[in-house]
Design a protein around this ligand. Structure first.
Ligand code: NAP
Length: 249
């Protein structure tokens, strides 16, 4: 039976790589992003490779949009039993300069978004008595200057993950978190720009701090997500896997 996954924030970066990696395992994928048009390239790439995918537009922090998106996936692809909560934003600032809006925006996308998506998808998982939820945390959960909002959200996702593992385990549903370190994406490119550092220099500085001697790639993270989503990982739940080229936790 073909399994069906929803990957949020799948227009680019880690989400796009994860969508393609899951499709390579024979999973039909709904590539969800804020704009359907932005996710279309990811879905098209999967279809071009012989897989099955649709693009879906939704803001994960909007309850009505989430309900409509999950219902559409169930109609067009089938009941989603795999969910990767990957959509994310940054609103970095030192605490004394961080605005209420910076705080709320990050909480809304990462925490409220993961909550709304998981609550909607678990209905299908419980009915199927099978499911996989993977949440994207970060090494920033351990604390990172300028990221009080993001670090709190990413640490919060770890507690959320462990609780889902406890609540949903009896229905054959696992929940795990992948916590990437420095990954080369538009998100880290934007951080370099904000700091006024050329991206190549930013990458080199990051690589110097990473034991394996290079920045991470979206595919490195996708590989870890694919493991947690696999059929064989059914006894692994409530875990946080740091994918950071070194220990970091
Ligand atoms: P990215 O390149 O910025 O991609 C994030 C995607 O999420 C974008 O396509 C974005 O759409 C989408 N998105 C943002 N808000 C959304 C919303 N409300 N609803 C639906 N989609 C939304 O980020 P990335 O670097 O691939 O990161 C992916 C995840 O990994 C994030 O959760 C991030 O926090 C985490 N992570 C990244 C790193 C890293 O080094 N890159 C490290 C640790 C953890 P728009 O383009 O329209 O905004």
């Amino acid at each position: 039976m073909v399994r069906i996954a929803i990957v949020t924030g799948a227009a680019r970066g880690i989400g796009a790589a994860t969508a393609r990696r899951l499709a390579a395992d024979g999973i039909a994928v709904a590539a969800l992003d804020l704009e359907e048009s932005a996710a279309a390239a990811t879905a098209a790439a999967i279809v071009a490779d012989g897989g099955s995918a649709i693009a879906v537009g939704a803001d994960v922090s909007d309850a009505d949009a989430v309900a409509a998106a999950v219902a559409r996936v169930a109609d067009e692809l089938g009941a989603p039993t795999i969910l990767v909560n990957n959509a994310g934003i940054l609103r970095d600032n030192l605490l004394f300069k961080m605005t209420d809006g910076d705080w709320d925006a990050v909480m809304n996308v990462h925490l409220r978004g993961a909550f709304l998506m998981s609550r909607a998808v678990q209905a299908h998982q419980v009915a199927a008595k099978h499911g996989r939820i993977v949440n994207l945390s970060s090494t920033s959960a351990l604390g990172n200057r300028g990221q009080a909002n993001y670090a709190a959200a990413k640490a919060g996702l770890q507690g959320f993950t462990k609780t889902l593992a406890i609540e949903l385990g009896r229905y054959g549903v696992t929940a795990n978190a992948v916590a990437p370190g420095f990954i080369e994406t538009d998100m880290t490119r934007a951080t370099a720009e904000r700091m006024g550092v050329p991206f190549e220099d930013f990458l080199a500085a990051a690589a110097a701090e990473i034991p394996v001697g290079r920045p991470g790639r979206p595919e490195d993270v996708a590989e870890a997500v694919a493991f947690f989503c696999s059929e064989g990982a059914g006894f692994v739940s409530g875990q946080v896997l740091y994918v950071a080229g070194g220990p970091r936790a």
